[in-house]
Design a protein around this ligand. Structure first.
Ligand SMILES: [Zn+2]
Length: 343
């Protein structure tokens, strides 16, 4: 059975002072995620542009001796892994340094300091910084899986800049590995398996094929990764990268290089759109299963207006209902040109 893209439209009728008190119908569109059935709302966009904050003054205030990840501190004051996990206590890449999170969220939780430079603007990221950091994360995961055979769930997580929840400006990603899933890992795993049992297909690879054919939310193929926009987005944009690799052991250097190239394309789009901050996850199934696939998910984060209002509110947190001002089909079309031009 083809993947079902279901939506429901509601219209709210009122006299609009912006249109001389004329009676208007304003639309809210509820979209159902084709896998989970969870709803997202596409709400009316008043058209105010996203305005990025300038983090350069904060970067000046927090760099060097005040930053645990800057070169003068990273090898002195960050925690170390036990020697049986890694000789010397830290994994070292080109610029990446991997060490334990002092305040862990999980049984295994590494931080990957990505660059020597304290503040890396979106346009300053290079393929090498991103790919090297994810490869360093991979080496850590490899060791964890060797060391702890109870590990069932693994992810790499990125909060970029404070609007996204990042508490240190210096670029870093976090690797989580545990016996238990997060809500996202639990839902994607159980629903993908249920889909496989019912349809005999892998949901994410079927979705990528379907979106490529429909050309509505399809973005581009970057090497081993198929990029598309989520039908029911988790925020104003929601980019999904479906890897050819089904599980951790199928991932190699080229996958991380493809990811890094893709990120640079998205960053150009973010710059154009006035977006400075984002959240991203790389979901990695530990064991190969025909229903599951390695995939990436990227959403923008921002504060709004002069009050620096959070983009997370009662709807997103307590009602669990993501809101988007942008239509996924329009965004996919806009971002596609950065993949084509970026080649
Ligand atoms: Zn720093």
């Amino acid at each position: 059975m083809p993947i079902s893209f279901r939506k429901h439209e509601e219209f709210f009728t009122f006299h609009d002072p912006m249109h001389d008190g004329k009676l208007i119908d304003r639309k809210t569109e509820m979209r159902f995620d084709p896998l989970t059935g969870e709803t997202s709302r596409i709400i009316f966009d008043p058209g105010a542009p996203f305005v990025p904050k300038d983090f350069a003054p904060l970067a000046k205030e927090t760099e060097g001796p005040k930053c645990p990840f800057c070169p003068e501190n990273v090898s002195k004051i960050t925690p170390r892994f036990p020697d049986e996990l890694v000789e010397g206590g830290r994994f070292i890449g080109k610029e990446a340094v991997v060490f334990p999170n002092l305040f862990p969220y999980s049984k295994h939780n590494a931080v990957v300091r990505m660059s020597e430079q304290h503040f890396v603007k979106l346009e300053e990221f290079t393929e090498s910084i991103i790919a090297d950091s994810f490869k360093a994360a991979h080496r850590y995961i490899e060791k964890v899986l060797e060391f702890d055979d109870q590990t069932e769930y693994v992810s790499v997580n990125w909060n970029y800049l404070p609007p996204s929840g990042g508490s240190i400006l210096h670029p870093h990603i976090q690797v989580l590995a545990s016996e238990l899933p997060t809500n996202y890992q639990s839902k994607i795993t159980s629903d993908s398996r249920a889909y496989y049992d019912k349809e005999g297909d892998n949901y994410l690879t079927s979705l990528a094929t379907e979106e490529r054919n429909l050309e509505e939310r399809w973005i581009s193929q970057e090497g081993s990764i198929s990029w598309l926009h989520a039908y029911a987005p988790k925020s104003h944009y929601d980019f999904i990268g479906v890897f050819e690799a089904p599980s951790f052991n199928d991932l190699g250097s080229e996958n991380y290089e493809d990811l890094a190239k893709s990120m640079l394309h998205f960053f150009l789009y973010f710059k154009e759109q006035g977006v400075e901050s984002f959240n991203a996850i790389l979901h990695i199934p530990v064991k190969k299963h025909a229903a599951e696939q390695v995939h990436f998910r990227l959403i923008p984060r921002m504060t709004i207006g002069m009050l620096e209002t959070s983009d997370m509110n009662v709807f997103t947190f307590l009602q669990g209902e993501p809101l988007s001002l942008k239509a996924p089909e329009t965004v996919a079309k806009e971002v596609r040109k950065f993949f084509i031009e970026g080649k």
